[in-house]
Design a protein around this ligand. Sequence first.
Ligand code: NAD
Length: 349
Amino acid sequence: MTTFVDVPTLSRLVERVGVAEFIAGIAATMREDFRRWESFDKCARVASHSDIGVIELMPVADAERYAFKYVNGHPGNPGKGVSTVMAFGALAETETGFPVLLSELTLTTAFRTAAATAIASEALARPDSKVLGMIGCGAQSEFQAIALHTILGIEEVRIYDIDPAAMQKLQRHLLRFPQLRVVPAATPQAAVAGADVVVTCTADKTWATILTPDMIEPGMHINGIGGDCPGKTELHADVLRAGKIFVEYEPQTRVEGDIQQLDPEHPVHGLWEVIAGRAAGRDNDEQVTIFDSVGFALEDFSALRYVHRLATELGEGDQIRLIPELDDPKDLFSRVLDGEGRGHRRKAA
Ligand code: NAD
């Protein structure tokens, strides 16, 4: 049988363990998987672009498990009453190909993107970081703030969005975390002034420059999460040139990340090497570090692995017959004849 985790089940899992613990669980699984980066069969995601958005497939595997995610990115969707990002995916046994988990991944993507920001910031930001500047207060924003509060120890978040309603929504939701001070800013400059860590999580399928060189201060760590597909950027090219840049899977980020604006030879560093203790993160307290996040299949693999383990431990999720179970594996046709679909047969008029 395959475990099926739909949106209500995922919400129940989060409710049972707590939001902060759920993010911490994904982050711990992701750290484990980044440390064994070389044992994965990796590739850049396969993207189908239209003028207004993108739909992508993201596979990755190791000797035991295979995972994929289906995900879209349509910045104009909120105006149509639909989320910008929507996703689902599966985890399977590599040995047989049997799918052990089919799961919602819209909520989970927000958790895993925040977990990735947190483990990158843990590896790259100054250890005494307390103030976060956040530009973009949409669907991902609460997750980002909570992850950096609980994992990095951020105490104050200064927020800015061109949409005042999105800022109010974020403020309202973060009331549940009274230890985290939320300060609305009147401009993007005010949101990042004096910040130790910056997150840009805006959505616009244009060559945007949300962060410009005049906004950057020595020692800042920047997580650019919304520049994640060709022609969609957030960081001015000179911001990138001023910092030490870290990426997930370089062949994918060269095409999709903010570094698409740079010379293809411009040096970038693998985040996994810092997490695995193979390379240094920042070289000194004055250096600007940049995580050019685009979202990589391994992060979803980690999230699916964590969701599967949690659902199994807590007895959550439906057991569904996604794959026919056969007495004789060569006799598939018997499943057509033996009345498996009887319960769903339409009544004759
Ligand atoms: P969303 O549409 O819910 O929110 C985006 C917010 O950005 C909106 O509130 C909008 O008003 C604001 N915005 C747009 N332009 C702005 C500007 N110039 N200045 C300030 N605010 C601005 O989108 P979301 O689901 O929160 O996703 C945010 C971004 O993160 C998207 O671009 C999405 O593609 C990306 N994303 C990246 C990853 C990753 O792994 N890197 C994962 C998920 C989503």
